[in-house]
Design a protein around this ligand. Structure first.
Ligand code: IPM
Ligand code: MG
Length: 364
């Protein structure tokens, strides 16, 4: 009897459906080889959910996700929904999903594949061998802190408006993401860099104190701290100094994009969002790329690699995950490239052709 898993698919908007279609084919092929059976249930999120129901995260979607073993998400958003009020924006659906499933830990690897060194915007000697894991806190900080809003007030008798967000962390919130980060670093090269703004922000001072206190439970991990501005600079100056980075929601959002671009294309990078228990959400770091949607130009590899992360971190199937990762590497070795990673001497392919090439590699 094959082991079976219920997977929720959230293709979302823009290039989402195209890259998801390729990924489902890859999962089915790997499932056959590893004796795993997947049943897929598709649900709505983001702009497509707004169009169908008026809500970027319908209750039904959250219920389906909660009832599944893992959630594979593609991307949300697009110009069409950009001017809607905040509670109706696609991004609100994504944030609601993270909060609704309590996915406080976001793992974002930024690994330079040897095949793609030339695609990086940094020099070869700087990026060759880079292998960074950004552990981003995902359900707290300024993304969720209260009060928030645009409030009417007055300044010296004149009416004004004030936009307000609140960056707040409790000790327990820092501790739980801190533990995930120390454990992650322990399984990697054992170096953890915590990023904050403790020279200015109290919330960061608490962050730094708690992370420092945790270190005694992980004697094998070497802990360092950087202010976020310096961390941004160090990332582009000497990225190889980093192994594992842990940081809050907003700083993690920014630094993970910077780390991602270093690898040549944001079209290559997967992520995993995990909670204490319950299904995780696995999604590419990139967005919905509405400018190329529906044109068969998208790079499906970040989505495919997100499925590998799902197998590894969400379903405890490391062997199947390895097969997918190997297939991606061999397909790149065979010279296939979508537009975002194309360079002289390689074979340009579209999204579907890249999928076909992956399937061919898998069955070779
Ligand atoms: C990300 C994205 C999201 C975020 C947006 C789409 C809400 O940028 O996953 O990094 O800011 O977290
Ligand atoms: Mg982001």
């Amino acid at each position: 009897m094959p082991q079976s898993f219920n997977i929720t698919l959230l293709p979302g908007d823009g290039i989402g459906p195209e890259i998801m279609a390729v990924t489902v084919e890859v999962l089915q092929a790997v499932g056959k080889q590893c004796d795993l059976q997947f049943s897929f249930t598709e649900a709505l999120i983001g702009g497509s959910a707004i169009d169908a129901t008026g809500n970027p995260l319908p209750d039904e979607t959250l219920d389906i996700c909660r009832g599944s073993d893992a959630v594979l998400l593609a991307a949300i958003g697009g110009y069409k929904w950009d001017s809607l009020p905040r509670h109706q924006r696609p991004e609100t659906g994504l944030l609601g999903l993270r909060a609704g499933l309590s996915l406080f830990a976001n793992l974002r690897p930024a690994t330079i594949l040897p095949q793609l060194v030339e695609a990086s915007s940094l020099k070869r000697e700087l990026v060759e061998g880079v292998d960074i894991m950004v552990v981003r806190e995902l359900t707290g900080g300024i993304y969720f802190g209260k009060p928030r809003g645009i409030f009417d007030g007055d300044l010296e008798g004149k009416p004004i408006k004030r936009g307000v967000n609140t960056m707040a962390y409790t000790d327990a919130e820092v501790d739980r993401i801190g533990r995930v980060a120390f454990e992650t670093a322990q399984k990697r090269q054992g170096r953890l860099c915590s990023v904050d703004k403790a020279n200015v922000l109290e919330v960061s001072q608490l962050w730094r104190d708690r992370i420092t206190a945790l270190a005694s439970d992980y004697p094998k991990v070497e802990l360092s701290h950087l202010y976020v501005d310096n961390a941004a600079m160090q990332l582009v100056r000497q990225p190889k100094q980093f192994d594992t980075i842990v940081t809050g929601n907003l700083f993690g959002d920014i630094l993970s994009d910077a780390a991602a671009m270093m690898t040549g294309s944001i079209g290559m990078l997967p992520s995993a969002s995990l909670g204490e228990n319950g299904p995780g959400v696995f999604e590419p770091v990139h967005g919905s790329a509405p400018d190329i949607a529906g044109q068969d130009k998208a790079n499906p590899l970040a989505q495919v690699l997100s499925a590998a992360m799902m197998l590894k971190y969400g379903l405890d199937q490391p062997e199947a995950a390895k097969k997918i990762e190997q297939a991606v590497l061999s397909t790149l070795d065979r010279g296939y490239r979508t537009g975002d990673i194309w360079c002289e001497g390689t074979t340009p392919v579209g999204c579907q052709e890249m999928g076909d090439a992956l399937l061919a590699t898998l069955s070779a």
